[in-house]
Design a protein around this ligand. Structure first.
Ligand SMILES: NC(=O)c1ccc[n+]([C@@H]2O[C@H](COP(=O)([O-])OP(=O)(O)OC[C@H]3O[C@@H](n4cnc5c(N)ncnc54)[C@H](OP(=O)(O)O)[C@@H]3O)[C@@H](O)[C@H]2O)c1
Length: 381
């Protein structure tokens, strides 16, 4: 029996990761650090319903606690078990908000939280790898001119980050690389839903923008007929560079590459988990607009905040966190290490049709079944 510690299994990637991991490595017991939510203890979290069988079988053991506190350290029995048995750690937990107003919380989780979990890991007697999830956007500013190597040396600078999230992820991976523990850093690009099922427990990045456009379109459709004619003739300008490159990767490719790294990868390096075939902002937005069935929007990199109408301002505010990603070309990522794990043709492609399929599944399974969204629509009426 092998023992591993995993964080972040209630999140978008963590849920897919643990599903694959449990299926692939049957002779494994997983300890998962999960936060309590409100008054609910971690073990009662709704996200764990789908893993009920593993919990009942004793293959998945829930440890309540946050990264900030690492309260598992306070429980001497559990700590002893981890110290004696755990041979690998998969650190997927992270604060994924981009807002400047959330900087403190983001750093508390993505920097201090990592220090805590590294301190815990250093006590483990059998640890042979600390697998850490960073982001490929650790050095983003520079409109395509920045090159991101597959190591954790100092060539990437916090000055080249766009928000506290990117900055904290850069500092976090440096802590991992400097810890003296055997490590692997994974840097996924923009993670999309499962290539087969479309499943995506996410409301951020592309899905965040999709949600906004979908909501605006629904709003317009609820107006009198003339309003619809007005927006069809005078389309709403979205501040975006149509030609900017964007890199999308499916969540199953991220998990597959990670598990291959475990099987045959080297230690003490980074993997830029990016798609060898990037797409563009135009293609992403066209696929979204086609899926939601509207031509009310147009991409305009030059639109000024001051000259926007009310709906344009609303869209701008709702998607302002994604502005750097909508306007700038992606950096140039080295993929030498990653291509030793996956061949170029093994990555799922995100052409127009594939994207439309994913967005359709997201709208059906997440937006139209989400009660808070439905309530919002009633309010608009
Ligand atoms: N999704 C992407 O496009 C993408 C791209 C590149 C890198 N990444 C990285 O991949 C990892 C997973 O991303 P994701 O998309 O799955 O994020 P997510 O859906 O936001 O999930 C984040 C996970 O981290 C947990 N977490 C957050 N703060 C915590 C804390 N203080 N203590 C304990 N657990 C905490 C969350 O627990 P709760 O359920 O309790 O909130 C959740 O399980 C993150 O490190 C992220 O930076 C993601």
């Amino acid at each position: 029996m092998e023992y591993v510690l995993i964080t972040g299994i209630t999140g978008f990637m963590g849920q897919q990761f643990i599903k694959e991991y449990m299926e692939k490595y049957k002779n494994t017991t997983v300890f998962a650090i999960i936060r309590n939510k409100g008054n609910r203890p971690a073990i009662e979290r709704a996200e764990l319903q789908r893993f009920k069988n593993y919990i009942e079988e004793g293959r998945l053991v829930i440890l309540g606690g946050s990264l900030e506190e690492c309260s598992v350290l306070d429980d001497s029995d559990k700590l002893k078990l981890l110290v004696e048995k755990v041979s690998e750690i998969w650190h997927l937990a992270g604060a994924t908000d981009f807002e400047e107003t959330k900087r403190e919380n983001t750093f508390r989780c993505n920097v201090n939280g990592i220090s805590n979990i590294l301190a815990l890991a250093k006590q483990f007697k059998k640890l042979h790898a600390f697998y850490h999830y960073s982001t490929s956007y650790i050095s983003h500013k520079g409109n395509g001119l920045v090159r991101v190597p597959e190591d954790c040396l100092d060539s990437c600078s916090p000055a080249n980050t766009n928000n506290p999230y990117e900055e904290s992820k850069l500092l976090g991976e440096r802590l991992v690389a400097g810890s003296g523990l055997p490590y692997v850093v994974f840097r996924p690009s923009i993670v999309m839903g499962h290539s087969q099922t479309g499943e995506a427990e996410s409301d951020k990045m592309v899905y965040g923008a999709l949600k906004c456009y979908f909501w605006i379109k629904q709003f317009i459709m609820k107006q009198e007929g003339k309003a619809q004619d007005k927006y069809a003739a005078n389309r709403l300008r979205i501040c975006a560079n149509p030609l900017a490159t964007k890199n999308l990767i499916s969540v199953d490719d991220v998990v597959e590459a990670s598990l291959r790294a475990r099987e045959k990868g080297d230690l003490n390096l980074a993997y830029n988990l990016v798609n060898p075939e990037p797409t563009t902002v135009t293609e992403v937005c066209d696929a979204i607009f086609r899926t939601i069935g509207t031509d009310f929007f147009v991409l305009d990199p030059g639109v000024e905040k001051e000259n926007m109408n009310k709906l344009e301002s609303l869209i701008y505010r709702a998607t302002s966190l994604y502005k750097p990603y909508m306007l700038q070309d992606d950096p140039a990522w080295d993929m030498s290490n990653t291509l030793k794990l996956m061949k170029k043709n093994e990555f799922h492609k995100f052409d127009f049709e594939v994207q439309c399929k994913l967005y359709k599944s997201y709208i059906q399974n997440r937006l139209l079944t989400n009660s808070s969204f439905t309530k919002k629509m009633q309010f608009v009426k």
